[in-house]
Design a protein around this ligand. Structure first.
Ligand code: ATP
Ligand code: MG
Length: 913
């Protein structure tokens, strides 16, 4: 290429090169891996093809080319430390790849790589280097094949081929599973790129520690299956998996010294520079903040487009951390007001053509960034100040690192993510105890989702099914594509039982009571996917043999294999028998109602709350539907009712559903809603509802009603929060909705009967009742006080003279503490000098009040001492002032005995004088 190609042109030239060689272009999957809870983010091109390598899925093509969105800030691949500090690592980056699934192998892969690099891109041959695998333990054969193919490339310098061992050149998906040698391609960028030129001990070399040799493409040749740490068996089918760093190849082809100087980043960097008001010289002196802001804004823009908004846990935490880290670096450039939305707008403009999800979600992206920056601004200064104090303290004490506990506290209370705390500590020559932080975080149960890169692999178990499948294909019982899956139409005709499995192994026959897996040549039982649960039902014999299997679940253990899981409830099913598979229709219909209602709900939420209110999770079950979506605050009652009404309007309009198959690209262009976390490929199924004004248009493989009227009725039963920024709605339809409504109405009827009223008058009635209850309570209170006063008056007769002092001890059974206090006042009014101890029982517990007139307090008596002495007997204690004190206790039966203490106290206390 003569003029410098643009990044977009380079991406396209890679894709075109492989499309011309029989590859199918496959869109990037979401940054949130579909159906893979073990991986936080897509971190390589192969993530969406993992199932193909594991043999649990197959694709309509055997050669593919893609540009995959990747994020490496968690788990096994975490490049965050490098981002901002070097020119070649990003958090978010694109990986270009060409793929062979059991099709071509090393020869084509290497030859094409060489051709693309030297003939299409005209990279200088004498600057290119390649590595190949040679086992340092001498256990796995050296990859001579790859080495020889490299040596055969026209113009390849044989001295530029270097062997490396397992760490660099043997690729494994996990502890077990598909694996194989790889071959990396490096380019010599020249002596200027070496940071250690003056160091006499430094040797510039491939895989060395300086910037001169840059790895930009890895070609992996999957040829083994690892069964254990020591067991490696060759695969029947070999695969090619390649990954080229897009930003790196663009910097090579545009001949820039840094990825950040390519047209992929410059527009972002320029925008930041204008906002910061710096000149070019100042910018060069401040590279790290520029790089971090550009990188993190790009990453969070793509993340939010894929539905990951800033939040407290898992993926959402990563998004929050990246926004805050960028904001903190912004402060270094004097950017104190929210600024990321302006940079994100440039990302959307620059990348939106190839990644249309950015344009579609532009508002959500900009709003979420600004909102998160504002949130951070509220606490950041307190956080930074507090951190500074902590770090100064450590330094004066000669310490090395900040404890994990403290670092976690900084996040939990002042919103300072660990990554920022670590940046700042490192700037001051200190470290942070990351393990301690994890512990503290674990203790607060904030962590979730992060795990090993790949979960349990199918391994041996998958084999049972693939072997079975091969046999059935060989004997002509099944076609090449395996079990025919037709969940959209009832299959009424008898089919042959092709296989039965019991305890994971194929068997000829099973008995009543056995748990069984049944394989049929075709099935209309739905297999759980897209939130919709599997069908249940039964499989019965079709030849009068009287056997019966109750089907409780479905699964797809390997590509082409669909299994009915159940229990034999009658007779002895046998392989070769003819059977009828009957889906539980009522349950299925209810599921279909809930599924179509889910689509209507989704579109109503977007209409009422805004485009950001996108699906974040869904369950379509027979008895209810559950829908999680992005929204920062609780829905108001009015919003909920409007959404519910919208859905019911659509139901009553009785729209016909339109279901069509079309190429994914076409559907996306037409505006169909794709859900993040789902895998789509090739031809997709689309569901649209509404005529001229399309209400809802989604990609979906689920089962739906024919017309919206079939849903009957839609009622929301719950709205709440499940995580930061994510709300949940639960709802019912059809028969369940009727039941919910009926139950509520029954309840209302019962209330009406009890209250002897009618639905229209019930509220007035309730108000009347509350009012008359309140005035009755007031009246009771008045009467009780009168009763207590009467009781007290009667007791006044019993005032004794002890040591010349009038003393009253009385139990007033109807008095509460207030009444006792009132009666104490009354006693004082009548006796300017005297002592009274009044008691009562409230809710089974004794209460006491003691009062002593001022003159006697001067003579040494104390109400607190008195009440405590008395309360001791009833198992309690009390307090107050010398003139008035109160106490409680446990045993009311001892009140009489307790009051006898009064005499002893008075005598004792007065004697002391
Ligand atoms: P490195 O050693 O440079 O970190 P890697 O061995 O981790 O690279 P692979 O996992 O083989 O890289 O990924 C394939 C290609 O993706 C690399 O050759 C590189 O060009 C690119 N790549 C990997 N990590 C990043 C990153 N953080 N930012 C940009 N490009 C990357
Ligand atoms: Mg790496």
């Amino acid at each position: 290429m003569q003029d410098k190609p643009t990044g977009a042109e380079i991406r396209q030239s890679f894709i075109n090169f492989f499309v011309e060689r029989g590859h199918t272009f496959v869109r990037s999957s979401s940054l949130v891996p579909g159906g893979d809870s073990t991986l936080l983010f897509t971190n390589a091109g192969m993530v969406q093809f993992k199932d193909v390598f594991l043999g649990t899925d197959q694709r309509p093509y055997t050669r593919a080319v893609n540009a995959q969105k990747c994020l490496r800030v968690s788990g096994k691949h975490n490049d965050l430390e490098q981002v901002g500090r070097d020119n070649t690592h990003h958090t978010f980056f694109e990986m270009l790849g060409n793929w062979s699934f059991g099709d071509y192998y090393k020869r084509e892969a290497i030859t094409w790589a060489w051709e693309l690099m030297t003939e299409v891109w005209h990279l200088p041959k004498d600057k290119l280097w390649a590595t190949y695998f040679r086992d340092e333990l001498n256990e796995i054969p050296e990859d001579r094949e790859a080495a020889d193919i490299w040596l055969a490339q026209p113009g390849f310098n044989p001295d530029h081929l270097v062997p490396f061992g397992r760490k660099e050149n043997f690729w494994e998906m996990a502890d077990t599973g598909p694996c194989g040698p790889d071959s990396e391609i490096h380019i010599d960028r020249g002596l200027d790129f070496c940071e250690f030129g003056d160091d006499p001990d430094h040797i510039c070399a491939v895989n060395g520690d300086c910037g001169r040799f840059l790895e930009f493409w890895n070609n992996v040749f999957i040829q083994y299956n690892r069964l254990s740490p020591t067991q490696l068996v060759p695969l029947d089918k070999t695969h090619v998996d390649t990954g080229m760093g897009f930003e790196r190849i663009v910097s090579i082809l545009q001949d820039t010294p840094s990825n950040y100087k390519t047209d992929l980043f410059l527009p972002l960097i320029n925008t930041i520079q204008v906002m910061a008001g710096q000149n070019d010289h100042e910018r060069e002196a401040n590279l790290t903040p520029y790089r971090v802001i550009a990188d993190h804004t790009r990453a969070t823009t793509f993340l939010i487009a894929d539905g990951v908004v800033p939040g407290n846990i898992g993926r959402n935490y990563i998004c929050r951390m990246l926004v805050r880290r960028a904001a903190r670096f912004g402060m270094k450039l004097g950017l104190h007001d929210p600024f990321m939305a302006d940079v994100a707008q440039v990302v959307i403009d620059e990348y939106g053509d190839f990644y249309p999800e950015l344009k579609r979600n532009a508002t959500a992206i900009l709003d979420n960034l600004t909102r998160e920056e504002k949130r951070f601004a509220k606490t950041v200064h307190a956080g930074l100040e507090h951190l500074d104090e902590l770090l100064t303290d450590i330094k004066t004490k000669g310490g090395q690192s900040l404890s994990g506990e403290k670092a976690f506290d900084l996040y939990a209370t002042l919103g300072l993510p660990l990554e920022i705390t670590r940046d700042i500590a490192q700037e001051q020559g200190l470290d942070v105890d990351g393990a301690g932080y994890e512990q503290a975080m674990e203790a607060h149960r904030l962590i979730s989702g992060a795990g090993k890169d790949f979960g349990e692999l199918g391994g041996e178990q998958v084999k049972v099914y693939t072997k079975l499948l091969e046999e059935l294909i060989d004997t002509g019982k099944l076609s090449q594509s395996g079990v025919h899956y037709e969940p959209y139409r009832a299959i009424e005709e008898p089919v042959e039982v092709l296989a039965l499995l019991n305890n994971g192994a194929p068997v000829e026959t099973v008995q009543t009571g056995d748990l069984v897996e049944v394989l049929l040549p075709k099935t209309w039982f739905y297999v759980e996917s897209g939130g919709q649960v599997s069908d249940t039902g039964q499989i019965v014999n079709a030849e009068g043999k009287a056997w019966n299997v109750q089907v409780t679940g479905m699964r797809k253990p390997a590509a082409g294999v669909i299994i009915h899981i159940g229990e034999v409830t009658r007779g002895n099913p046998r392989v070769g028998d003819l059977a009828l598979a009957q889906v539980d229709r009522d349950r299925r219909i209810q599921i279909m109602r809930n599924h179509t209602a889910t689509h209507l709900l989704h579109s109503a939420l977007q209409d009422i709350l805004g485009r950001h209110a996108r699906q974040a999770g869904s369950l379509v079950a027979p008895d209810h539907l559950r829908f999680d979506f992005n929204h920062p605050e609780p829905m108001t009652r009015e919003e909920l009712l409007t959404v519910e009404a919208r859905v019911n309007q659509a139901i009553l309009t009785n729209f016909q559903l339109r279901i069509a198959q079309k190429p994914l690209d076409e559907a996306i262009k037409e505006g169909a809603m794709a859900l993040f976390g789902e895998k789509y490929e090739g031809v997709v199924r689309t569901i649209s509802i509404g005529e001229e004004d399309v209400l809802s248009y989604e990609l979906c493989g689920g089962t739906h009603v024919d017309e919206t009227g079939d849903i009957g009725l839609f009622l929301i039963t719950y709205e709440g929060s499940i995580a930061a920024g994510i709300r949940r709605i639960e709802a019912v339809t059809g028969w369940q909705a009727y039941q919910v409504a009926r139950e509520r109405m029954n309840l209302l009827d019962q209330v009406n009967v009890k209250l002897e009223t009618s639905p229209t008058e019930i509220l007035t009635k309730i108000e009347q009742l509350t009012q008359s209850l309140a005035s009755a309570e007031k009246e009771i209170d008045r009467l009780r006080k009168k009763l207590v006063a009467d009781e007290f008056d009667q007791n006044l007769d019993k005032v004794e003279q002890i040591e010349g002092i009038p003393v009253l001890k009385a139990i007033l059974p109807n008095a509460n503490i207030d009444a006792l206090r009132e009666m104490s006042d009354k006693f004082r009014q009548q006796y300017p000098s005297g002592v009274a101890v009044l008691a009562s029982e409230q809710n089974g517990k004794p209460i006491l009040i003691a009062t002593i007139t001022d003159d006697l307090v001067k003579r040494g008596l104390n109400a607190v001492e008195l009440v405590q002495k008395v309360a001791q007997i009833v198992g309690g204690g009390g307090g107050g002032r010398p003139t008035l004190a109160q106490a409680g206790g446990k045993d009311a039966s001892k009140l009489h005995e307790a009051l006898d203490q009064v005499h002893a106290y008075l005598r004792g206390s007065l004697d002391q004088q």
